[in-house]
Write a protein that binds this ligand. Structure first.
Ligand SMILES: CC(C)(COP(=O)(O)OP(=O)(O)OC[C@H]1O[C@@H](n2cnc3c(N)ncnc32)[C@H](O)[C@@H]1OP(=O)(O)O)[C@@H](O)C(=O)NCCC(=O)NCCS
Length: 397
């Protein structure tokens, strides 16, 4: 079946987590993604544990499926010249070097747009290409801290705590994809490429500020670390049950009333302070205590049955292994099997893009280092095998 991004070629200079996720999504959606790596070692994630029996990194494979892989050394003049030739044949370039690195190679946007004015050049960096922090290197936890995420995460008395998944890295890649799709749409109207300056700090701040900036501005106070509670709605928490924990979330008045009926506290319906969220939130602790007094007397299964029957939002707190075997996720192909040239069959996360006319494909293999050198350099630049071998011997590819 057709893919949404068929016909779009992406030159992928990204490494590590966020950039590679972004370009892998473009590949899942049908773009031809050519991952460019430094000969000799390539993306540092290639060597991170856990490794397959064939010594491939599971995580590298998880982040680079569906890409063609080539090597190219920008430290050589010939490597930089070849990069410009590849740029002429590409629609999109994505890189996540520290700002300034590509300019030092003579491969910054100002130079590359001369070779291809339709190029959509995407730079994902920790802090962006402008402002006082622009030259700083950055990893996920640094950006979670500098984007404000760590300031509001965790329990009031816990030390600073990051979100478990590398959310800052991944947000950078995902927001970059949104910008790339918008830029492709703009280019189809105007025939013009552009420069996308994606800052991971901007991304984390953006999703943190949407929820927490209103509180800060309205009260003039630091937003508290609230553990599993919500800042604006209650009851909404993880409560103790007899044999585990249960998540309950109540937002509307109707849900609040249904919860009171289920827990046998209809007497609370008419208490004015409890009626709306705006005033109920002032009484979070006493309301959480009322709900937990009820949940503590029952097992997780009993509570789930009662709350589901009343159409209330609730869930247990499964382990990672239980989620990995969740029948709902399985029914939506959220784990797929791929066939790697070196490692054979591997299980990988499936695709979130369920599209009726242009379904995505998360089952393609990730390249080993330089796997597609011969194909790409001959198809795109017309090099013969002798030239390719010579470039390899000279350390250019
Ligand atoms: C990820 C990061 C911390 C890595 O730091 P770093 O390894 O010092 O990388 P820099 O971007 O500063 O420089 C790139 C290096 O890769 C080398 N490199 C990578 N691919 C290359 C290629 N194809 N040819 C030549 N050199 C290459 C560069 O030469 C340079 O090394 P050098 O300084 O020894 O010459 C940094 O790139 C960064 O902050 N990126 C933006 C934020 C980000 O993406 N963070 C990770 C999120 S998962």
């Amino acid at each position: 079946m057709a893919k949404a991004l068929e016909g779009i070629r992406v030159l992928d200079l990204t490494r590590m987590y966020g950039g590679p996720l972004g370009t892998m999504i473009l590949a899942e959606l049908g773009a031809e993604v050519i991952k460019v790596e430094l000969p000799g070692g390539g993306d540092a994630i290639r060597t991170t544990a856990p490794l397959t029996e064939g010594q491939e990194s599971y995580r590298f494979v998880a982040l680079n499926r569906g890409k063609r892989g080539i090597t190219l050394n920008f430290h050589t003049e010939e490597g930089r010249r070849i990069c410009k030739e590849l740029v002429k044949k590409s629609d999109v370039l994505v890189e996540n070097f520290t700002p300034g690195v590509m300019e030092r190679f003579g491969l910054g946007y100002r130079e590359l747009e001369k070779h291809n004015p339709r190029l959509i050049y995407t730079s994902i960096s920790g802090f962006g290409h402008t402002g006082p922090s622009r030259h700083r290197v950055a990893f996920d936890t640094i950006i979670q801290a500098m984007g404000g995420m760590i300031s509001i995460n965790g329990h009031p008395d816990s030390p600073p705590t990051k979100v478990g998944s590398a959310i800052a890295d991944f947000l950078g890649g995902i927001f970059a994809d949104l910008a790339i799709l918008a830029a492709l749409q703009y280019r189809s109207r105007t025939n013009e490429g552009q420069f996308i300056d994606m800052s991971m700090q901007d991304c984390v701040w953006y999703i943190t500020a949407i929820q927490f900036l209103p509180y800060y501005l309205a009260t003039g106070k630091e937003p508290p670390r609230i553990g599993n509670r919500q800042l604006e709605v209650t009851p909404f928490n993880i409560y103790k049950a007899k044999d585990g924990y249960i998540v309950i979330g109540v937002v509307t008045v109707a849900q609040w009333h249904r919860l009171l009926e289920v827990i046998g506290r209809e007497d609370l319906k008419d208490i004015p302070e409890y009626y709306s969220q705006a005033t109920r939130i002032e009484h979070t602790e006493e309301i959480d205590a009322i709900v937990e007094a009820w949940t503590k007397q029952r097992t997780v299964d009993e509570i789930l049955k009662l709350l589901n029957d009343a159409d209330l939002a609730c869930s247990p707190v499964p382990t990672f292994g239980q989620v990995a075997n969740d029948p709902q996720l399985a029914s939506r192909d959220m784990q797929v099997e791929i066939e790697q040239s070196i490692s054979g069959k591997l299980k990988m996360p499936g695709s979130v893009f369920k599209m009726s006319k242009t379904p995505s494909d998360a089952t393609q293999q990730a390249p080993f280092l330089g796997q597609h050198n011969a194909d790409v350099y001959s198809e795109l630049l017309g090099y013969d095998q002798k030239t390719i071998t010579q470039l390899q011997q000279e350390g250019v590819i």
